[in-house]
Design a binder for this molecule. Structure first.
Ligand SMILES: [Zn+2]
Length: 193
């Protein structure tokens, strides 16, 4: 199946809270697969349902590329990354450990070419269901933790610009305006979007 279309900043779907997923069926498996393919085609490390025009609580993550350093335990065990990624998180609930906080320049597939510094807690616990409806518990830090926090924000209609440092926001102000304008223009041309 072809990759899905990624929506950009200015599309109102990005501000919608996702509905919990209740049916763990073949349609959901297809959606998970399509989202993974879409993320990989766009060379992203994470993608949330709102970014493919769906207000649902599902996101995907793949951190196998690149030499990131982070610790993680999935259901109490340490498995090779190749075994657990790409990861599909359904109805995730994040608990952040408030201290320490780290700063990192984040990007987002819905904001092409735009980056900015964001402070986030380094370590989280996240409980989620997988595509089979099984309960999972991931404890992690570093970029994996940051990526989960960024994607789960999307599921709540929260965007990285909401958390960005003022100094970064000032730098990207014009780019943001232009992106929003371009997205709105595009939506007007397609009344079905
Ligand atoms: Zn994003």
């Amino acid at each position: 199946m072809a990759a899905l279309e990624i929506v950009h900043y200015g599309n109102p779907i990005l501000r919608k809270k996702g509905k919990p997923i209740e049916q763990f069926n073949d349609d959901l498996k297809r959606l998970g697969k399509d989202m993974i393919e879409t993320m990989q085609a766009a060379e992203g490390i994470g993608l949330a349902a709102q970014q493919v025009d769906l207000a649902l609580r599902i996101c995907v993550i793949d951190l196998r590329e690149g030499d990131w350093e982070f610790d993680y335990r999935l259901n109490g065990g340490v498995y090779p990354l190749d075994l657990i990624m790409p990861m599909v998180l359904i109805n995730p609930e994040v608990t952040a450990i408030p201290d320490p906080v780290t700063t990192y320049s984040e990007g987002c597939l819905s904001f092409p070419e735009i980056h900015g510094d964001i402070d986030r807690p380094d370590r989280i616990d996240v409980r989620f269901k997988d595509l089979d409806g099984h309960d999972n518990h991931l404890s992690c830090n570093g970029l994996l933790s940051r990526c989960v926090q960024h994607e789960v924000d999307h599921l709540n209609g929260v965007l990285f610009i909401d958390r960005m440092r003022k100094s970064s926001l000032l730098e990207i102000e014009q780019d943001l305006k232009q992106l929003k304008k371009a997205t709105r223009k595009r939506l007007k041309r397609r009344p079905d979007a």
